[in-house]
Design a binder for this molecule. Structure first.
Ligand code: PGA
Length: 250
């Protein structure tokens, strides 16, 4: 039985005061069964320590990126040792915004995954096709390429989570239909089966992301191969995010 994950991705939002406010509301608002799902928030580097303290055990705090080298002349980057030093045990890698705006390649994503897993840190590795790729019926090909690059870097699925986020659905209000989402999730699990075997593939959590919210998360997680959500916009609001937890745990 795979434990579901609801992970918020705050992107480049919030300041320390807002973090405190968010978690004050969130901790009071969540239902008693909130911990039936794994609740996580990926926050900007400057907020990692604040968020960890303010969440007070109600959520795991993750970074939104990490560098694969141990240390050195990489201006603007943060290492795994530095994350650990802030009490952080995982990161999102390969988000489509990083791929799109910061030229992150499959190769770089793979190196980050390999490094995180070698340190027994959680890696939420993102994949997803653009609108043009979907229209050109290249979804399967693109997802296969991205996922196999990640799997090649991951000796096992322990500490690995895949997030399928169709780029055209991120921040647009468009959500993949349940069928579209399940089809890709099932394809990803099939690739995992070929790569790691049936048992490991069955334990791999695959999250959906792209305009996920309380009104659609229930239908999504009811799909056989969808194990939770990676949530952008809605995760900025503690009440709306708690509504999503209610739906999933309800
Ligand atoms: P969204 O973002 O929920 O605002 O579409 C999802 C994401 O980018 O992870």
């Amino acid at each position: 039985m795979r434990k579901q994950i609801l992970a918020g991705n705050w992107k480049m939002n919030k300041t320390s005061d807002e973090v405190q406010e968010f978690f004050d509301t969130f901790r009071n608002r969540v239902n008693q069964s909130w911990n039936q799902v794994e609740v996580m928030f990926a926050v900007p580097y400057t907020l990692l320590a604040y968020a960890r303290e303010a969440a007070n055990g109600y959520a795991t705090i993750l970074a939104q990126n990490v560098h694969y080298e141990d240390s050195g002349a990489y201006t603007g980057e943060v290492s795994i040792a530095q994350l650990k030093d802030s009490g952080i045990n995982g990161a999102i890698v390969g988000h489509s915004e990083r791929r799109q705006y910061f030229a992150e390649t499959d190769e770089a994503v793979a190196k980050k995954v390999a490094k995180l897993l070698s340190e027994k840190m959680l890696a939420i590795a993102c994949v997803g096709e653009t609108q043009a790729e979907r229209e050109a019926e290249r979804t399967r090909e693109v997802i296969t390429r991205q996922v196999l690059a990640i799997f090649a870097a991951a000796p096992a699925v322990d500490h690995l989570v895949i997030a399928y986020e169709p780029v055209w659905a991120i921040g647009t209000g468009l959500t993949a239909s349940l069928e579209q989402a399940q089809e890709v999730h099932s394809h990803i699990r099939g690739l995992a089966r070929q790569h790691y075997g049936v048992e490991a593939a069955d334990s791999l959590r695959i999250l959906y992301g792209g305009s996920a919210k309380a009104s659609n998360i229930g239908g999504l997680v009811a799909q056989q191969d969808i194990d939770g959500g990676l949530v952008g916009g809605v995760s900025l609001n503690p009440n709306e995010f708690a509504d999503m937890i209610d739906t999933v745990t309800g």
